[in-house]
Write a protein that binds this ligand. Structure first.
Ligand code: G4P
Ligand code: NA
Ligand code: NA
Length: 192
């Protein structure tokens, strides 16, 4: 998505450890117009899929997910990172290990918001090692819903998450695909 790539070039900051800081429009301050265009792009990419619900994880996945939900006219469900006070059989949970932050979060979703006939589109802001997506897929498995695909705003294609998702036979659409941060510059897949 050219608009997004241009914005990453303009406002993204490459940090040590292969981290891209996009606090100017995605992870801290949010650009609603850009998020809306991102939502429209996800809707376009998955338009032939019978999506009934979008699933993301708090916090930064919510902005792009809600715009996709607006355009696709489906509810947006976000997995919570705070442990629910009562863990019972009405809660689906999964462990998500963050390599970046070296912590394990338990993500959870109340089972009443996922039913067997749901067709779920998973959306997140970043895809690195794929731990967050794996956690959401685990929750979808517990809920016995159909996963229609995964939509990602920024994919770091040099990390293992993207290959893993495609290896599972799951449709993956990433709006910006970063091949490297060589010389502290963002390089996108396909550009030379
Ligand atoms: P993974 O889910 O793909 O395995 O990602 P990883 O554990 O490596 O990353 C943990 C957190 O860092 C996730 O956010 C993820 O979205 C984010 N992240 C990963 N790489 C980058 C990057 O290059 N730039 C930025 N800005 N974020 C990155 P989180 O902390 O779990 O969630 P949130 O509260 O920020 O949404
Ligand atoms: Na995230
Ligand atoms: Na994040």
């Amino acid at each position: 998505m050219k608009l997004l790539e241009d914005r990453i070039r303009q406002d993204g900051v490459v940090l040590p450890g292969n981290v891209l800081k996009v606090n100017q429009f995605l992870n801290h301050q949010i650009d609603p117009q850009l998020m809306y265009e991102i939502g429209q792009e996800f809707a376009r990419l998955f338009k032939e899929r019978p999506v009934t619900k979008i699933l993301t994880v708090e916090a930064s996945g919510i902005a792009p997910a809600i715009m996709a939900g607006l355009v696709m006219n489906v509810p947006v469900l976000f997995a919570r990172k705070k442990k629910p006070s009562t863990l019972d059989d009405r809660t689906y949970t999964a462990e998500v290990y963050s390599y970046t932050k070296k912590v394990t979060n338990t993500i959870s979703v109340d089972s009443k918001f996922l039913s067997k006939n749901d067709h779920v589109l998973i959306i997140d802001d970043f895809l690195a090692n794929g731990q967050a997506v794996k956690g959401m897929l685990e929750i979808c498995k517990q809920a016995d819903v159909k996963v229609e695909g995964v939509g990602i705003v920024v994919e770091k294609s040099f990390q293992e998450g993207a290959g893993w998702i495609k290896g599972q036979g799951i449709r993956l659409e990433s709006l910006a695909r970063i091949s490297s941060f060589e010389n502290d510059t963002v390089h996108f897949v396909g550009e030379e």
